[in-house]
Write a protein that binds this ligand. Structure first.
Ligand SMILES: [Zn+2]
Length: 368
């Protein structure tokens, strides 16, 4: 009797154990599957968005100036340009993408009928020195692709020795991509710097999903839109959640000869006391102009937002301030350690309002 009962008990425990294992594995598998699926879905969405943005940007045609007289063309072209022998009939839409962060320029030709442009048709001219595309190695890349809307499309990617402003000219035989110093082309040049990025998240907000790097990037992109004026060029130190070293940020601003380097940050304090706005400014020969810009931004921002104005401080210990050669202002747009400031900053309308105030003051200060 005891023996039979024991046998039954062993069976029951055994079956329960197997059932529990199946159940646990089932839940784990579902979880694993869910995680994998959500990861892939996220990736697909990101790629689609990225391609969408890229396409939109590329599709914007660059105006091309037709010049037939050789002497006029010689005057228009500076001492640095890219000549592309057309080798095709008719007029093609062309667009230029300035990949300044990589020291590259991309030239797109749409609606081609054949792959008629090859490396040997391309010449890079710099101070009367001509380099044929066939000898440019990895500096020159050609890629033909077929797309539904633009037909056969050519992307020429050329590594350039410095950052240029590009203009397009055309005569019967050639397309010319004129490479000029940004200072010669634009009336105002600004470098907007979204502080931190990638692994360097800056300060963590006391609540909400965003970290300092996210607020900074949002401010930077909004401000770039606000300051998108004819003859003004806005360079951004980052356009994504990526790590950009301080040296690169400074190098960009010094290379393009910016009129203003504006770095966007949010503050934090360990003792829960800090709240409001403040600015750090350059201590080079441009100190007075940097102070004027910082003062006008802080005063107007404080009036408009109700956030307190903590004033201007010297930023000599800050790398970007010490090493830039132009007026440099670092704005600290609220304390992420303060729940009140975070409440204010987390509302999109408020951030938009702040950016409009900053944009208006910068426009006025730089054009007075
Ligand atoms: Zn910061």
């Amino acid at each position: 009797m005891n023996h039979r009962f024991l046998k039954q008990l062993v069976w029951q425990v055994g079956i329960s154990f197997v059932l529990m294992c199946c159940l646990t594995f089932g839940i784990y598998y579902q979880d694993l599957k869910g995680k994998k699926m959500s990861k892939y879905t996220e990736k697909n969405v990101m790629c689609a968005e990225h391609n969408g943005n890229e396409k939109k940007e590329i599709q914007q045609e660059t105006p091309i100036h037709k010049i037939e007289k050789k002497e006029v063309l010689q005057k228009k072209l500076g001492n640095t340009y890219i000549a592309i022998k057309k080798n095709y009939a008719g007029i093609l839409p062309i667009s230029i993408r300035d990949c300044y962060e990589e020291h590259k320029v991309e030239i797109y030709f749409y609606h081609m009928t054949q792959e008629t442009i090859q490396k040997k048709q391309i010449t890079f001219v710099k101070k009367d020195k001509k380099q044929n595309g066939e000898k440019m190695g990895e500096q020159l890349e050609l890629a033909y692709t077929k797309t539904a809307h633009e037909g056969l499309q050519l992307r020429l990617s050329i590594t350039v020795p410095q950052i240029y402003a590009y203009e397009l000219y055309e005569d019967q035989k050639y397309i010319y991509v004129n490479c000029r110093a940004p200072k010669e082309v634009y009336s105002h040049i600004l470098v907007l710097d979204a502080g931190h990025g990638g692994k360097d998240s800056g300060s963590n907000a006391c609540k909400g999903k965003w970290q300092e790097k996210d607020y900074n990037l949002d401010f930077e992109k909004r401000l770039a839109e606000t300051l998108h004026l004819p003859d003004w060029k806005i360079y951004l130190t980052r356009t994504d959640d990526e790590r950009v070293f301080l040296k690169q940020r400074v190098h960009l601003a010094n290379e393009v000869g910016a009129d203003l380097f504006l770095s966007l940050h949010c503050n934090s304090s360990d003792c829960d006391e800090g709240t409001g706005l403040e600015a750090l400014v350059s201590y080079n020969e441009n100190k007075e102009q940097a102070k004027r810009i910082a003062k006008s931004c802080l005063t107007a921002l404080s009036q408009e937002t109700g956030l307190s104005n903590r004033g201007i401080h010297g930023g000599e210990s800050i790398y970007i301030i010490r090493n830039t050669t132009m007026p440099t202002v670092l704005l600290e747009l609220g304390f992420l350690s303060d729940p009140g400031d975070v409440d204010y900053l987390s509302q999109e309308d408020n951030r938009e309002k702040m950016v409009e105030v900053i944009g208006k003051n910068i426009r006025e200060m730089l054009t007075e």
